[in-house]
Ligand binder design. Structure first.
Ligand code: SF4
Ligand code: SF4
Length: 88
């Protein structure tokens, strides 16, 4: 039997999300309700892609890498992140 290789979109090394623009995988998009966000940073600690930036007491999402998993939305204690369908 021949050893047949098949190619697919598989990421084989851990910790390489900086190199891969995983934002294109997203079907749902996190939207920050800026009037509610306290910039506590909890969402950034939970984001598996390191796609949340807290700078100058403001939180923002790096949409080039955010995969839309919604973990940030679930973990935010003040319910400041809502998920909306991604429009492409
Ligand atoms: S967890 Fe919620 S309140 Fe805290 S920085 Fe994130 S969005 Fe803002
Ligand atoms: S939806 Fe997931 S990947 Fe995107 S910012 Fe929130 S926790 Fe990170």
């Amino acid at each position: 039997m021949k050893n047949k290789k098949e190619f697919a979109a598989i990421i084989t090394e851990a910790g390489n999300s900086i190199k891969n623009k995983t934002g294109s995988w997203r079907t749902m998009k996190p939207i920050v309700l800026k009037n509610k966000c306290t910039a506590c940073g909890i969402c950034a600690k939970f984001c598996p892609d390191g796609a949340i930036i807290i700078k100058n007491k403001k939180m923002s999402v790096d949409y080039e890498h955010c995969k839309g998993c919604a973990i940030c939305s679930v973990e935010c204690p003040s319910h400041s992140i809502i998920m909306k369908e991604e429009k492409k």
